[in-house]
Design a protein around this ligand. Structure first.
Ligand code: NAP
Length: 338
């Protein structure tokens, strides 16, 4: 059975996902597209060879009888209303992060899904599908380092565009750590603190780069994450988990070890897309297999809500310079797994 997919939001990642679903993965074809840039989307539909029907209105696309499932890759601010419309139509939806730009918005989606009575929503936190993170989780879950005590992480980007400002280090960048660390450590967060020191000369006017986010979990695990998005030297993701009897680290991406010219070196990737390209494929292929049998095994609406609520607390902590409690609604039993 081939699933007929409709995509809402055909910018950079929407187009990547459209090609991936239509040409690369198995069991799906993209039959419908929508974006506020209608002409550009029509041009993409033809030029890519997908030749999907282009809708001026996302609601019509969601309701279309020949659309089985949706992928939302529009602007973060539009996700909530678009995901709610998919739930109302009773159709599975894969929503790129963030699920919602506020905790309240994420909770409205959780409540709508619970009311609907069936898991429909998956959130695009692709790191859970990265081979390195999966190997790290397996090592920790097997007890190889004993009980976890701390984690030291870094999210480094060579540069960001001019419109990357203010709190985006948290809401756009750190949100990936917020999801993957909960999953990795099987734990939830209780407090957040953000500290900022010397500002890099490479920060644009409204950006204060780098920053450090400190989280505490329900079990008392302490996590520090450096967010440094103008580091120039590469796209560098680090995660070192410290346990009672050892340290487990995220593997580096495979790279040729070069000995030449009196130096020993390995390449550092420059681009997040290269770093996580395989995980996008795995993520969407597994999503297709799951929704065919009516399941959601990836990050749920609850996980999306949790990430939005924690990001909101981190933003508050950044501005107040205080340790901020992370207030989370009661988790509906609906989201218990197996
Ligand atoms: P983008 O290139 O700006 O694409 C978003 C597209 O959606 C644009 O064409 C935009 O039009 C359109 N749009 C905005 N509001 C819309 C609406 N209400 N209905 C339909 N279309 C709408 O951004 P992007 O980089 O593809 O990112 C899209 C989403 O994916 C963001 O939430 C981003 O955080 C997420 N993302 C996730 C990852 C990941 O690693 N998981 C990576 C990249 C992006 P305009 O340009 O006219 O606004």
């Amino acid at each position: 059975m081939s699933l007929r997919i409709g995509i809402i939001g055909c910018g950079a990642i929407g187009q990547d996902h459209a090609r991936r679903l239509h040409f690369k993965l198995s069991g799906a074809s993209v039959v419908a597209l929508n974006d506020i840039n209608l002409e550009a989307t029509q041009a993409f539909s033809l030029a890519s060879g997908i030749n999907a029907k282009v809708y001026a209105n996302y609601e019509d696309l969601i309701q279309a009888p020949d659309v089985d499932a949706l992928l939302v890759a529009s602007w973060g601010d539009a996700h909530e209303e678009q995901v709610l419309a998919c739930i109302n139509a009773g159709k599975p939806v894969f929503c790129e992060k963030p699920l919602a730009t506020s905790a309240a918005g994420g909770l409205r989606i959780v409540e709508a899904e619970v009311k609907h009575g069936k898991n429909l929503v998956q959130v695009g936190f692709m790191r859970r599908y990265d081979a390195g993170y999966r190997a790290l989780k397996k090592t920790i879950d097997a007890g190889a380092i004993g009980d976890v005590l701390m984690a030291h992480c870094a999210h480094r980007n060579p540069s960001v565009p001019e419109n990357y400002v203010g709190d985006m280090g948290i809401t756009d960048t750190h949100v990936h750590e917020l999801d993957v660390l909960r999953w990795l450590l099987n734990d939830d967060y209780v407090t957040a603190q953000v500290v900022q020191g010397r500002k890099s000369r490479n920060s644009n006017g409204n950006l204060h780069d780098p920053m450090m986010v400190l989280l505490e979990t329900t079990q008392g695990i302490r996590i520090d994450t450096e967010i440094f998005v103008t580091c120039r030297f590469g796209y560098d993701i680090q995660c070192h988990v410290v346990g009672e009897t050892g340290v487990a680290s995220l593997p580096e991406p495979a790279s040729v070890a070069l000995r030449s010219g009196g130096r020993q070196s390995t390449e550092i990737l420059m681009d997040w897309k290269q770093r996580f390209i395989d995980s996008y494929d795995v993520e969407l292929q597994e999503w297709l297999e799951d929704i065919k049998v009516g399941l959601v095994n990836g990050p749920t609406a609850w996980d999306g809500y949790f990430a939005s609520a924690t990001a909101e607390a981190c933003v508050e902590a950044r501005h107040s310079k205080q340790i901020v409690p992370i207030r989370i609604a009661n988790r509906p039993a609906f989201y218990d797994r197996g």
